[in-house]
Design a protein around this ligand. Structure first.
Ligand SMILES: [Mg+2]
Length: 330
């Protein structure tokens, strides 16, 4: 590498970090560790995600968008726990030092970091096939974190925003679908908006929560398994974006395909949560953050059928689940 590890971090990342005394960073980049102050009455929530070229993103992806998304997926995990994002560390493995690439990556990364007031507290660079590892840290009021294990029979199952756009974006990148709104789907895939504000609000109302990274069906199973419950999901209630509805009208995507993207597409990074009906009313009276839709209900555990899909009151069967990295790679 033409630049040393320390030079890379300081040139592209430290100078852009606007650490301030109120950020909770007692000591930032430059020593062996960062030192952080967690406020009294809060717990630290930590998540780490690796993105590998050719596995999680396309090799020719725009570095600005990769920088943005590598942080966004981590913030989404914090949102799923109801944690407020505070700090982040970043490890980049690069085949060669491409200063233009690094500068654009950094611009995308800090675009989102600044929006959420997050401080970069550590960095590492190594030489090798392109991969990005981000570890985000957030704070959540003590014992208020949203877990996967709290769903109760009779709770409503809700999602934020709309479903399926990320999956269509990914399918379009792979197969160049004939779409009227291709840009909207690609943007949904690459410029994910993490739902941290809603997640923080949900700590007062929801009984369980997860973010939809691998597809609604697959991520719902994680809640049901942890909570020892089953679920009914009504296909007509799945919230679809204006772009998706436009494609259905134009017959470029069928209604069934749209439902399939919404159920299994993944990459939506919306919040999927359960909530008892009384708390749902209370939430909606407070929720000016973004739309939430009830899509089903939590039922008694039925190990033969964890998720029952209903369409016009009839049970329907959907083949294949969402994206499973390990099964897929076998
Ligand atoms: Mg997650």
């Amino acid at each position: 590498m033409s630049l040393g590890e320390f030079d890379l971090i300081t040139r592209y990342f430290k100078l852009l970090d606007k650490s301030a005394p109120e950020s909770g960073v007692a000591l930032g980049i430059g020593d062996d560790c960062a030192i952080l102050d967690v406020p009294d009455g809060y717990q630290l929530a930590v998540t780490t995600d690796s993105l590998v070229s050719g596995v999680h993103f396309f090799e020719d992806v725009c570095p600005y968008r990769l920088g943005y998304k590598s942080l966004a997926v981590n913030l989404s995990d914090l949102a799923a726990m109801g944690a407020e994002p505070k700090w982040v560390s970043l490890a980049i493995t690069l085949p060669t030092v491409d200063e233009q690439w690094l500068s654009e990556f950094s611009r995308g990364f800090f675009e989102l970091a600044d929006k959420h007031n997050i401080r970069l507290i550590g960095g590492d660079t190594t030489k090798g096939p392109l991969s990005i590892t981000v570890s985000a840290k957030g704070i959540v009021p003590r014992n208020k974190a949203l877990l996967r294990s709290g769903a109760q029979v009779g709770d409503l199952i809700c999602v934020s925003g709309t479903l399926g756009n990320g999956g269509v974006g990914l399918a379009h990148k792979i197969d160049a679908l004939a779409l009227n709104n291709a840009t909207a789907f690609i943007d949904a895939l690459e410029l994910t908006e993490p739902r941290n504000q809603l997640g923080a609000l949900l700590t007062n109302y929801a009984s369980s929560c997860i973010d939809i990274s691998d597809g609604l069906m697959q991520d719902l199973q994680h809640i049901l398994k942890a909570s020892h419950c089953s679920a009914h999901i009504e296909i007509e209630k799945l919230p679809l974006s204006a772009a998706m509805q436009d494609e259905i009208c134009a017959q470029t995507i069928t209604a069934e395909q749209a439902a399939r993207y919404a159920l299994t597409g993944g990459d939506d990074y919306e919040l999927l949560f359960t909530i008892n009906p009384a708390s749902y009313s209370a939430l909606q009276s407070q929720n000016s953050v973004l739309p939430v839709t009830v899509i089903g209900v939590v039922t008694e555990e039925n190990s033969a059928q964890k998720v029952k899909l209903l369409q016009a009151g009839e049970t329907v069967v959907l083949q294949a689940g969402g994206w499973d990295h390990f099964k897929k790679n076998k």
